[in-house]
Design a protein around this ligand. Structure first.
Ligand SMILES: [Ca+2]
Ligand SMILES: [Ca+2]
Ligand SMILES: [Ca+2]
Length: 399
């Protein structure tokens, strides 16, 4: 359910479900859902947005600015890729169209580029799916492009700052720091059809100059390989190289915030989150049980490991050892205490605890869904036998 191809498939299917089965009824689950208070995103007012401060970067009001213009869709890089692609399509060669990159940056993603003496810099935008951290990144070279450093700014376009790639303000300022014109946006609804988010300009807030000072961009106070900005996104401790004290440093830890004792139920969650091949997707297939004392060896995160966020206080779930994606767990209390200027920008899931099925001994049910709109939901059963867990899918809903 987590790869890009599946997401594409989901988007192509207008509404689809299979497998809803009465035998997986659970009164426990019904009760949980009745009392479940998911704090829905509530947009801030224009007045609240006015008081927005970024904890890492300064922005100041300027008089002489390029007004926000929503008719500008394609950056010059996107425009050039589009035109080149059209030539391939017209020739019937579309499948051969090569990926358009500058170094390791996809041209589609580039918002601004500048050279000044030995300094060369790009500001580019990574998409939500498939990226370790979606949002604005900086590529910076001090030797005319011979070597590059890549830094995450923590900013996500329009949430609430929008950087204007089309303004004439130079990207590299006198100090060698980076600057861009910006304005503030309000997210006025969370999710439309297909999980689209909707924003409007906070009109009174156009005309800002945002400065990324480089010392802040690359500061890593505890020297664990994650900058303070990334640690803010991960909710890990910027002054402790191993937030959960499990011996795995924050930059390598696939579950960096919690190191809870594993339980039999943890193994069930791992099967689903790690897309275990022993999971049953249809009935009647040969299947394998998953041992009740299975040990999942730790996997280690890299710079390109995608990251998702799950809000839960179920200790069985918090103990998982993820192998595919880095998971940032927040408890509901932690989540509620966050300022919510916008809906979450990390790809998020909701996953319920295990509930006892009414009519079957040793069988539990649970479900997982996207928090980026009601794009998909999957239900699972897990039957505990003396030889191991039999885990499978009970239903899938795609909208
Ligand atoms: Ca750090
Ligand atoms: Ca740390
Ligand atoms: Ca750790």
């Amino acid at each position: 359910m987590k790869n890009y191809l599946t997401m594409l498939l989901l988007l192509l299917l207008p509404a689809f479900s299979f497998g809803q089965d009465d035998k997986y009824q659970s009164r426990e689950e019904d009760e949980y859902n009745k009392n479940y208070k998911y704090k829905h995103f509530e947009p801030l007012t224009e007045d609240q947005i006015k008081h927005y401060k970024n904890e890492f970067f300064d922005f100041k009001r300027i008089e002489d600015f390029t007004p926000y213009n929503d008719s500008l869709w394609l950056t010059p890089y996107q425009d050039s890729v589009f035109n080149m692609k059209m030539k391939y399509i017209l020739r019937g060669d579309e499948p051969d169209f090569p990926r358009q990159n500058v170094g390791k940056i996809d041209k589609h993603c580039i918002l601004k580029h500048e050279k000044k003496g030995q300094i060369e810099a790009f500001v580019y935008e990574e998409p939500v799916y498939g990226s370790p951290l979606p949002g604005l990144w900086v590529a910076y070279s001090t030797n005319s492009g011979s070597s590059w450093e890549y830094y995450y700014t923590g900013l996500v376009q329009k949430k609430p700052l929008f950087v204007k790639w089309y303004s004439n303000t130079p990207l590299i300022n006198e100090d060698g720091d980076l600057q861009m014109e910006a304005c503030l946006f309000i997210q006025d609804r969370t999710i439309g059809p297909w999980g689209m988010e909707h924003f409007t300009l906070a009109l009174s807030e156009d005309g800002l100059l945002l400065t990324f000072d480089l010392k802040t961009l690359w500061r890593d106070s505890d020297d664990d390989g994650l900058t303070d900005i990334v640690e803010a996104k991960f909710h890990t401790d910027p002054n402790n190289p191993d937030t959960d004290s499990d011996g795995i440093p924050d930059n390598l830890d696939m579950n960096p915030r919690f190191s809870m004792p594993r339980t039999e139920k943890t193994i069930v969650f791992e099967a689903v989150l790690n897309e275990d091949e022993r999971l049953r997707f249809s009935w009647g297939e040969a299947y394998e049980l998953i041992p009740l004392d299975e040990v999942t060896l730790p996997s280690y995160a890299t710079d390109t490991t995608p990251t998702l966020m799950i809000v839960s206080d179920d200790p069985n779930l918090l103990a998982v050892q993820p192998t595919r994606e880095r998971i940032i767990f927040l408890t509901p209390e932690e989540y509620d205490n966050e300022p919510h200027y916008y809906s979450d920008d990390l790809n998020g899931y909701r996953i319920t605890p295990l509930f006892k099925a009414d009519n079957m001994d040793d069988t539990f049910v649970f479900s997982m869904s996207s928090t980026k709109g009601s794009v998909w939901e999957s239900g699972y059963y897990a039957t505990r036998t003396k030889d191991g867990w039999d885990i499978g899918v009970t239903f899938q809903i795609m909208e």
